[in-house]
Structures are given as C-alpha cells and as structure tokens.
Ligand binder design. Structure first.
Ligand SMILES: Nc1nc2c(ncn2[C@@H]2O[C@H](COP(=O)(O)OP(=O)(O)OP(=O)(O)O)[C@@H](O)[C@H]2O)c(=O)[nH]1
Ligand SMILES: [Mg+2]
Length: 209
C-alpha cells in the first residue's frame, strides 16, 4: 500500500475541515499541497496552515472545487516518508446548476475509481437529526450517495468511515446508528472542529504507509 488516501463524502460533511485539522494535529505550520484543477492542470502550493484554514473551509456547500492533495510527513527512521491525503469536492444529489460544481463532482467520481484507500466522511450530527425527525415509525435509511460510497469503499483494500461533528449533541445518536450499520471497527468518531478522534485517525493512516 502506498499510503495515498482519498477523502470523500457528501458536500458539507467536513472533508476539508478534517484534512486541515489533521495537518494541525500533526504539528504542521505550513501546508504543502498539489491542486489538480478540473481541466487537469496541476499546481503545487505552499501556505501557512492558518491562512489555508481561513481560505479553504467555510459554511458554504460545494466549497471545494478541485482535488487538493496534502503532503504529510511521516517519521520513518532517518528519512521521513510522505503520506498523501486528497480532499475532494463533495457529492450532492441532482444536476447542480453551476457547471464548475458539476465538473468538480465529475472529477471526484473519476478519482474514486482510482483510489486504493478511502476515507469516507459522514456528518454524524445530521444523521442524528434525521433520526430524531423520524417519529412516524419509518426506518431510517442511509442517504443513497453515502450508500454508493460505502459500496465503493468495501471494494477497496482500505476503507474507513469518519463520523464527524461529534461536538454537536445529535451526533451521539448518529454515531450509534453508523456503528450498527457499518462494521463497528470501521467507524472512527471525530470532531474536525475540536480535534477529537485524531489519534485513531493517525494510527489508521500511518498503517497505510
Ligand atoms: N460543529 C462542527 N462543524 C463542523 C465540523 N467539521 C466541519 N464543520 C463545519 O461544516 C461546514 C462544512 O465544512 P467543510 O470542511 O467545508 O465541508 P466539506 O465536506 O469540505 O464541504 P465541500 O467542500 O462543500 O464538499 C463548515 O461550516 C464547517 O465549519 C465539526 O467537527 N463540527
Ligand atoms: Mg471541502
């Protein structure tokens, strides 16, 4: 396994927040990444992490519109190895009116086909909210897009689900449901906002190298 992993999920699940928080957790002050635009052009970028945090993550859906590969140094003996974690544009239902968003989603789908290791981010708080809203006896079902991502993940040699937004109250019930639905050991609860759960994420990602 070459340690490269692709971060996927619905739009707004917290993929970019996860990547930036992971870099912070690892003690990086400066971010090195490769951006692959939807026209295929690749650009190397360097930026202080604090600047990237302001620039890359906001409350708007469809914020990420390019593949952003972060280079993370892993100490291995005398020479560091690099782990690559690629943040992708979030998926959403329907045909989006903005062509750049459509192109970005198509780029995510293409990269999903090639990815060996997949990190699937799910908003556990949203699942919890949806569970609470269903008081009419209907059974809760995972969103069709997440279902597709799960099917793809299962076909890969490495697959993990990050139950994100654990700092929000409804996320507890969301996590309980996710752990029942997925293999329990595949689900890591995290809060990209507060930085919880990252020791386990690190253990998982380092195993890939
Ligand atoms: N409360 C809480 N909010 C979070 C957490 N992680 C992300 N968010 C918020 O969720 C929103 C979306 O976060 P992003 O990281 O931009 O989500 P994304 O999955 O990259 O979204 P796209 O790029 O649009 O696909 C932002 O308002 C974040 O601040 C978390 O752990 N807890
Ligand atoms: Mg994003």
């Amino acid at each position: 396994m070459n340690g490269d992993s692709l971060v996927i999920g619905q739009t707004n699940a917290g993929k970019t927040s996860f990547c930036l928080r992971f870099a912070r957790f690892l003690g990086l002050r400066e971010l090195q990444w490769m951006v692959e635009r939807t026209d295929g052009v690749r650009e190397r970028r360097r930026m202080p992490l604090s600047e990237a945090e302001q620039l890359l993550s906001s409350g708007d859906p469809h914020r990420t519109r390019e593949l952003q590969t972060l280079f993370l140094p892993v100490p291995r003996g005398k020479a560091d190895r690099m782990v690559k974690v690629t943040d992708s544009a979030g998926l959403a239902d329907g045909l989006h009116q903005d062509p750049t968003v459509r192109k970005a989603m198509a780029q995510t789908l293409r990269s999903m086909v090639d990815a060996k290791a997949i990190i699937h981010v799910i908003d556990a708080a949203m699942i919890g909210q949806e569970l609470h809203a269903m008081r009419d006896g209907k059974t809760f079902r995972l969103h069709a897009l997440d279902e597709q991502m799960l099917a793809l993940g299962r076909s890969r040699s490495a697959y993990i689900v990050l139950a994100n937004k654990m700092d929000l109250p409804s996320a507890k019930d969301g996590l309980r449901w996710l752990k029942q639905y997925f293999d329990k050991e595949k689900v890591i609860p995290i809060s990209a906002r507060e930085g919880s759960g990252f020791h386990e994420v690190k253990r998982y990602v380092w195993r890939l190298v």
